[in-house]
Design a protein around this ligand. Structure first.
Ligand code: BG6
Length: 486
C-alpha cells in the first residue's frame, strides 16, 4: 500500500470553479440582458464526442432562440439556480473547507446590452452578496471577467469581438467591477481559455461564422481585440488595486506525437507551440515570430492600432492559470487512425490511456508535463483553475453517491501536481472544475456531472434541485484539512 504523505505549500489555494452561465440561471430577471450562453441549445442527444456540432451556431438557431423563452431547450438559462441558492451553496462549500472559489461575473447582469454608460445596480448587488458570503465563509473569491459569454446585443449590432468598440465596452465593464470589488477580490482572471476563440468563435468571441467571408481573419481580429482588452484590464487592475494579482487563462492542450517519425514530432511540436502562442502574447508581451510566419502564409493581417504593441508589452499578467482535462496525440498523416475527442477538439486515440464516459482521454502524467513545460517556458506562478471528471453519477436508494472513480481521477492528477511542485514548479493553487454539478459548457447537458456536490436535476430540467454530498466531497474535505494527499 502506498502510504506516502504528499504535503502542499502553506497557503495553497485548494478550491472549486464554476462559471456564471453554467450555474446562475435567472437569465432574464433583475435587468439581465441576453447573452451568447442563453442561446446555447440542449445538445443531450448529440453523440458524445461530436465536438464540432457541440460548438457550432447558425443564423437560423439565433433567430429561433431569440424568439423562444424556453429554458428546457436552453439549459444555461436555468443553470442550477445558483442565483437564488448561492447562500446555501456557499455554506456547503464553507463546510467543505475550500480556500477559494473561482467564478465569473456575467457581463449581461452588469451591462445588459454591453454598451451602456451606467451599470445595472441589481446585477452588481448579486455579486456584492455573493462575495460577502464567500468572505464570511473564509473563501477567497477568484473572479473571471469573461467566461464563455457576452451580450447578444454586441453580437448582433457590432459583430462580437471582431469590433474594436467592444474593447472599450469591456474596459468599462472591467473598470466597473474592479472599482466595486477592489477591497474584496485579490485574484482576477481576464478571459477564460482565451485560445478557444479559434475553436469556437461564437461562444468565445460572439462571432457568427456565417456573417463573415473570411472566418479565420474574423477570428484573429477578435482574438487581437481580446488580447488588447486583457492588457487594458491588467492596466486598470494595477492602477485600481496595486496589490491584486491578475492572470490569463489557457486551455492546456498538451500534444504527443503519434510516432517518433520526425514528421509526427514536428506536427506535435507545432500543436504545442500554437497552444503557447496565447500565453506568449499575454506573458511575454508580443506576438511571437512563429505566429507571424503563420499569419503571413495565410494572409491574415492583424490590424494593430498605434499603441497596441506597447499595451501588450507593458501590461503582461502576474500568473498563468489554465484548465487541464486531457492530452492529445497528433500525426503528420492521421488518415485511417482511430480518433477521440474532448469538448472542443479531438485527436488520435492514445492506446496507453483510459477514457472517461464521454471519451476524454485521462492522462494525469500529462498534467505534470504541462506544468513543467509552462513553468520552464515562463517562470511565472501557475494556477490550475479547472480539472475534473465529467461522469454519470448514480444516487443509491439510501441517498448516497459513491463516486470513487472521481476520487481516483482527482487523486491521480493531484499526485502528479505534487510531483511537479517537487520538480520546482511554482503552483498557487487548484480549483477543481464543477465543484457543484452544473450545466455542461459544450452540450448543455446536466447529467455529465463534475461536482463533489450533487444537484438533483436531469437533462430536461426536471428535479428538485436539492443538493447532496458525494463521497468525493468528504475525500476532498480531508485533503484540504491536511493540506496533503495521503
Ligand atoms: C472548459 C470550460 O473548457 O471545460 C468549462 O472552461 C467547461 O466552462 C469545462 O464546463 C468542461 O467542459 P464540458 O463541455 O464538459 O462542460
Amino acid at each position: 500500500m502506498n502510504t506516502k504523505v504528499r504535503s502542499f505549500p502553506n497557503g495553497f489555494l485548494w478550491g472549486g470553479a464554476i462559471a456564471a452561465n453554467q450555474v446562475e440561471g435567472a437569465w432574464n430577471i433583475d435587468g439581465k440582458g441576453i447573452s451568447t450562453a442563453d442561446i446555447a441549445m440542449n445538445k443531450k442527444n448529440l453523440s458524445r464526442g461530436d465536438y464540432k456540432k457541440h460548438n457550432s451556431v447558425s443564423e437560423e438557431q439565433i433567430k429561433e432562440t431569440l424568439e423562444s423563452d424556453s429554458s428546457k431547450d436552453y439549459p444555461k438559462r436555468r443553470g442550477i439556480d445558483f442565483y437564488h441558492r448561492y447562500k446555501d451553496d456557499v455554506s456547503i462549500m464553507g463546510d467543505l473547507g475550500i480556500k477559494a472559489l473561482r467564478f465569473s461575473i456575467a457581463w449581461t447582469r452588469i451591462f445588459p446590452n454591453g454598451d451602456e454608460n451606467h451599470p445595472n445596480e441589481l446585477g452588481l448587488k448579486f455579486y456584492d452578496d455573493l462575495i460577502e458570503e464567500l468572505i464570511k465563509n473564509n473563501i477567497e473569491p477568484i473572479v473571471t471577467l469573461s467566461h464563455y459569454e457576452m451580450p447578444m446585443y454586441l453580437v448582433n449590432n457590432y459583430g462580437g469581438w471582431t469590433s474594436r468598440d467592444v474593447v472599450t465596452f469591456f474596459e468599462n465593464f472591467a473598470k466597473c467591477v474592479f472599482e466595486r470589488y477592489k477591497n474584496k477580490v485579490k485574484y482576477w482572471i481576464t478571459f477564460n481559455e482565451i485560445d478557444s476563440i479559434v475553436r469556437h468563435p461564437f461562444t468565445s468571441g460572439g462571432i457568427v461564422p456565417e456573417r463573415f467571408n473570411n472566418i479565420e481573419q474574423a477570428v484573429y481580429d477578435g482574438l487581437h481585440h481580446q488580447f488588447i482588452a486583457s492588457a487594458l484590464a491588467v492596466k486598470h487592475c494595477k492602477e485600481i488595486m496595486p496589490d491584486a494579482k491578475i492572470g490569463c487563462m489557457l486551455t492546456s492542450l498538451l500534444t504527443y506525437p503519434h510516432t517518433c517519425n520526425p514528421e509526427d514530432v514536428l506536427a506535435a511540436h507545432w500543436s504545442n507551440q500554437f497552444n503557447y502562442f496565447f500565453t506568449d502574447v499575454q506573458v511575454r508581451g508580443a506576438y511571437p515570430k512563429y505566429i507571424e510566419r503563420y499569419f503571413n502564409e495565410k494572409n491574415i493581417i492583424i490590424k494593430k492600432l498605434n499603441g497596441d504593441d506597447e499595451l501588450l508589452s507593458k501590461y503582461t499578467v502576474d500568473f498563468i492559470s489554465f484548465s487541464y482535462y486531457n492530452s492529445f496525440v497528433t500525426s503528420a498523416d492521421s488518415e485511417g487512425l482511430e480518433k477521440v475527442s474532448g469538448n472542443t477538439m479531438g485527436g488520435i486515440k492514445n492506446p496507453y490511456l483510459p477514457m472517461s464516459d464521454w471519451g476524454w482521454q485521462i492522462d494525469p502524467i500529462g498534467l505534470r508535463i504541462a506544468l513543467n513545460n509552462l513553468y520552464t517556458r515562463y517562470q511565472k506562478p501557475l494556477f490550475i483553475v479547472e480539472n475534473g471528471l465529467g461522469a454519470e453519477d448514480i444516487v443509491s436508494p439510501d441517498g448516497t453517491i459513491d463516486d470513487e472513480y472521481r476520487i481516483q481521477y482527482l487523486k491521480s492528477h493531484i499526485e502528479q501536481m505534487h510531483e511537479a511542485v517537487l520538480d520546482g514548479v511554482e503552483l498557487m493553487g487548484y480549483t477543481l472544475w464543477g465543484i457543484i454539478d452544473l450545466i455542461s459548457y459544450s452540450s448543455s447537458e446536466m447529467e455529465k456531472r463534475y461536482g463533489l456536490i450533487y444537484v438533483d436535476q436531469d437533462n430536461d430540467g426536471n428535479g428538485s434541485l436539492e443538493r447532496k454530498l458525494k463521497k468525493s466531497f468528504f475525500w476532498y474535505k480531508n485533503l484540504i484539512k491536511l493540506n496533503a494527499l495521503t
